[in-house]
Design a protein around this ligand. Structure first.
Ligand code: ADP
Ligand code: MG
Length: 976
């Protein structure tokens, strides 16, 4: 920086005018192009409605973004890097092309506007500059809406305040300052700010037309050799639409907004007007935040360029005119620009020496002047050549005052000085100072209030956020509550259904019981039937028995007869024996007379006979016994045979049918036989007749009489014989028939009996099968009964517990009653003499209490029942709970995994981003060749710089050229 740069230079604000092409809607509406660009050497004037306006530059609709940048804004880059403040703002009605001019399409080489081009240029300049410079670049981005400053890089800051620094330069206090080290980082910040702006509002077009957006680039540089520090601020402002309120047709709050925006714009207009009118003592910077922020840019220490944007359409003619008027006024405003330099101690020392020198010089001059003055006052006239040369004095003064304003004090602009002087002429010095101080104090108060407001609004914002969070929480809990409620309802419903199920089960049980009763009744009936049938069977059996007894009797009879036969036999034998003995006695009588020995012999023979007889008798008795045994056996056999009889009867019945047929055939044969016999008889008669006839023919007639007589006798005999024979035959036949009849009858009865027996047998079997069936049923019923019994037992168990509880309650009640009674008695004894009314009341009380107790016991019972029901429900619910818990666990683990995955992805992404950044930077560096090193000290508490820092602190050794190129650098962050 050369020395002459330190001298403040007066510099009027540069105003350029840009017309955009007619847009589609204007063309459709048939708007005409009402502006004319007079042809001439320089394109710096336009005429509208016959009036001509002159500006520093006029851009026709076809002017490219590049042209606009090169001719209107480019010079500001070198100014800012040289330590000057700069401002570019775009003024004009909505859709006149302000944003197009300031921003354009960032990233598009043709359509990008002033801001991206400036940013790129600043960095390119830095890279191309001397090598011993270190740069700190930081950016802020905020918007002003309804006179509130909203930080676009930190959405929580919604109402920032404007303060003045120690040099009384206004700045936005608390605005986020982001340190950047490359154009990309600047563009990132811009993108972030724009997206924040989009998020906060519903209608972006409307919002952007009603708010001012301010992008501030702060460049600080330090010369590493002589520690000289320079700083330049560059404001890039996209103003709100300048159109009049009436045109937009706004109402209510919208109108308020519009008024407010127009207020700040009219404040801007007022400031410009006041500045344009050089005689105004007061500049109303404090009327709006916009004008306060732009205070330095308007009539202060800044190189300012205003781009006025206009529409060429006839429809917008009046607006265009007023915009042009604004530009015209602004053009007259003069700024005083100085370099913002921070001096080193040595520099200060040098300057101090200089000042001292100057003071000494001035002191000498003052002395000379005072001498001259005293001479004048004394009435002398000083000759022209003796007079002090005032020019010499002025020469001495000028640089000094300049230095004071620009460097030592950091001037607030020439304006405050001018009015001070003006007031000074009318007011006393003290009064003036007082007023100044007062004003200072008031301003300070105002700023403090602003700060307070800002804090309060931030607080409000925070509270709002908290409220939102709380709302969300409430909504969440409400949702949870609802879910729980529904869950509870569901459970209750399930409970109900379970209860109903239980009821149904009970009903089913009852039905079963009823069924069981019915079945048992049926069984009883069947039993009775069976009994009657068995009775019948018994009767039948009895009849069978009687028949068997009859049979037995018959048998007995037969055995009796046999015995009798045996007896008769034995008698016969005895008789025989007697006969024998008589015979023997006759012989013995004879023999006795003859021989006694022979008698003895005969005795022995008789004895032998007797013994033989005895043995025979014993044999007989044995045989009898055998027979009896056999009889018993046979009896047994009879019973067996009876069984066989049953079978045989069947056979009989089968055979009987055959027998019948046989009998019939027999009868037929008989009949035939009879017929044949008759024919035989007839033939015999004929034969006899014929023989007689022969005899008659052969014998003489004499003999005829004899023969006739013979014949007659014969015939008679024959007839008699025939008759007898026939009678005999008939009698025999009748007998046979009778016998047959008898046999048939017996057979019939036998058959009947056997049929009846069969019937009985089948009945018996039927009954038996029925019985087995019944017994099966019975067993089933018994099983169901057992189950019922089990259920009953369970119920009983429950009842028992309830009963126990009731018992305890009852005991308690009893105790209570006893207690009460005892108390009553006590009372009675205490109040013996009191009237009966008291005891009556007490009785009533007791009954009341007893009622209460009853109710309580009822309630208790109910509760116990409910408790039991709920206890039944409990395991089910627990199971469900376990299932839900498991589900929740599964979900949690899934969530955890997802989170971990997301973390991993994020890390990977971060790493990737860093890597890409690094690569890009390396590339840039490689492109630039030996260029400035970008050191990026990490600022504590600055999230962004921390994040970015990770990518920037790259190893110095990676670029071998670095060691040689360390002198020039852009420092991001650092000692601010
Ligand atoms: P403002 O910010 O003043 O409201 P914009 O910059 O948004 O207006 O411009 C409105 C429209 O006109 C945009 O679509 C923009 O692209 C277009 N526009 C503005 N100026 C020009 C120009 N010089 N050339 C071409 N199109 C333009
Ligand atoms: Mg815009």
């Amino acid at each position: 920086m050369s020395a002459e740069r330190e001298i403040p230079a007066e510099d009027s604000i540069k105003v350029v005018c840009r017309f955009r092409p007619l847009n589609d809607s204007e063309e459709k509406a048939g708007s005409k192009f009402v502006v004319k660009f007079p042809s001439g050497g320089e394109d710096n004037c336009i005429s509208i409605g016959g009036k001509v306006y002159l500006f520093d530059k006029v851009f026709k609709p076809n002017a490219t973004q590049e042209k606009v940048y090169n001719e209107a804004a480019k010079s500001i880059v070198s100014d800012v890097l040289a330590g000057y403040n700069g401002t570019i703002f775009a003024y004009g009605q909505t859709s006149s092309g302000k944003t197009h001019t300031m921003e354009g399409v960032i990233g598009d080489p043709h359509k990008q506007g002033i801001i991206p081009r400036i940013v790129n240029d600043i960095f390119n300049h830095i890279y191309a500059m001397e090598e011993n410079l270190e740069f700190h670049i930081k950016v802020s981005y905020y918007e002003i809406y309804m006179d509130k400053i909203r930080d676009l890089l930190d959405v929580s800051k919604v109402n920032l305040s404007v303060h003045e620094d120690k040099n009384r330069v206004p700045y936005v206090k608390g605005a986020t300052e982001r340190f950047v080290s490359s154009p990309e980082e600047v563009f990132e910040s811009i993108e972030e700010g724009k997206s924040n702006r989009h998020i906060a509002v519903t209608n972006m077009n409307e919002h952007s037309s009603r708010s001012h957006s301010v992008f501030l680039i702060n460049v600080k540089q330090e010369n590493l050799e002589n520690q000289k520090k320079l700083s330049g601020k560059l404001y890039l402002v996209d103003l709100a639409g300048s159109e009049k309120v009436s045109k937009t047709g706004a109402e209510g709050t919208v109108l308020d907004e519009a008024k407010n925006i127009n207020k700040s714009l009219s404040a801007l207009g007022n400031v410009i007007s006041a500045l344009a009118d050089g005689n105004k003592t007061h500049i109303p910077y404090r009327d709006s935040k916009l004008t306060r922020i732009l205070q330095e840019s308007l009539g202060g220490n800044a190189r300012t360029t205003i781009v006025i944007c206009c529409s060429p359409a006839s429809f917008n003619e009046s607006e265009t005119k007023s915009t042009l008027e604004f530009g015209k006024r602004a053009k007259t405003v003069k700024n005083v620009v100085t370099v913002n330099e921070e001096l080193t101690a040595e520099e200060w020392k040098r300057r101090y020496e200089k000042e001292k020198e100057k003071v000494a010089r001035l002191k000498g001059k003052v002395e000379v002047l005072e001498q001259e003055l005293s001479r004048w006052r004394a009435g002398e006239t000083v000759k022209a050549e003796e007079q002090v040369n005032l020019n010499d004095i002025n020469e001495a003064i000028t640089p000094v005052s300049g230095m004071e304003e620009s460097v030592v004090e950091q001037p607030t602009g020439p304006m405050p000085a001018t009015p001070a002087l003006m007031i000074g002429s009318t007011l006393g010095l003290e009064e003036r100072q007082k007023l100044e101080l007062e004003r200072e104090r008031l301003y300070q108060q105002l700023d403090e209030k602003d700060e307070e407001i800002n804090q309060q609004s931030q607080y409000v914002e925070k509270l709002k956020e908290q409220m939102l969070e709380q709302d969300e929480l409430i909504a969440g809990t409400r949702r949870d509550y609802e879910a729980l409620q529904s869950e509870m309802n569901r459970i209750q419903q399930e409970n109900e259904s379970a209860k109903e199920e239980v009821k149904e089960v009970l009903q089913a049980l009852e039905e079963l019981a009823v069924n069981y009763d019915q079945k048992s009744q049926e069984v009883d009936a069947k039993n009775k039937e069976m009994e009657s049938l068995s009775e019948e069977l018994m009767v039948k059996q009895a009849s069978l028995n009687t028949t068997t007894t009859e049979l037995q009797q018959l048998k007995d009879m037969s055995s009796h007869q046999k015995k009798r036969i045996a007896e008769m036999l034995s008698n016969l034998l005895k008789e025989l024996g007697e006969i024998g003995t008589t015979l023997g006695s006759e012989g013995s009588e004879i023999k006795i007379s003859n021989d006694s020995a022979k008698l003895e012999e005969e005795f022995t023979v008789a004895r032998l006979y007797i013994s033989r007889m005895k043995s025979e008798v014993t044999n007989l008795t044995q045989r009898l016994q055998d027979i009896e045994n056999k009889e018993q056996d046979s009896n047994k056999k009879v019973t067996e045979y009876e069984k066989e009889l049953g079978e045989c009867r069947l056979l009989i019945s089968q055979h009987e049918a055959r027998m019948k047929s046989l009998q019939e055939s027999m009868r037929e044969a008989e009949n035939k036989k009879r017929m044949l016999e008759e024919s035989v008889d007839a033939l015999r008669e004929e034969c006899a007749k014929l023989k007689a006839a022969e005899q008659v023919s052969s014998a003489s007639e004499s003999e005829k009489k004899e023969a006739n007589e013979l014949r007659l006798a014969l015939e008679q005999q024959m007839d008699q014989l025939r008759d007898a024979h026939q009678k005999q035959v008939a009698a025999l036949r009748d007998e046979i028939a009778e016998k047959q009849q008898l046999i048939n009858d017996i057979k019939d009865s036998n058959q009947k009996l056997s049929l009846a027996q069969q019937q009985l047998q089948s009945d018996y079997e039927k009954i038996k099968s029925e019985e087995t069936e019944k017994s099966h049923k019975l067993q089933e019923l018994i099983a169901t009964n057992e189950r019922r019994e089990q259920a009953r037992k369970d119920l009983k168990g429950l009842e028992d517990t309830v009963a126990k509880e009731l018992q305890t309650l009852h005991n308690l009640r009893k105790l209570f009653v006893q207690d009460l009674q005892a108390r009553m008695k006590k009372n009675m004894s205490n109040e013996d003499n009191e009237e009966d009314g008291g005891s009556l009341a007490q009785k009533q009380k007791i009954s009341f209490l007893e009622n209460n107790l009853d109710q309580l016991t009822k309630v208790h019972k109910q509760l116990v029942r409910d408790n039991a029901d709920l206890r039944c429900e409990l395991p089910k619910l627990e199971k469900r709970l376990r299932v839900t818990m498991e589900r929740v666990k599964a979900l949690e683990t899934a969530l955890k995994e997802a989170k971990e995955g997301a973390m991993r992805d994020r890390k990977r992404y971060q790493y990737e981003v860093d890597r890409i950044k690094e690569a890009v930077r390396q590339k840039n560096l490689a492109r630039r060749g030996p260029a400035a090193t970008i050191a990026k000290p990490i600022r504590s508490g600055q999230h962004h710089s921390l994040v970015a820092g990770g990518g920037v602190t790259r190893p110095q050794g990676s670029n071998p050229a670095d060691d040689a190129q360390k002198r020039r650098s852009i420092v991001v962050g650092g000692k601010d």
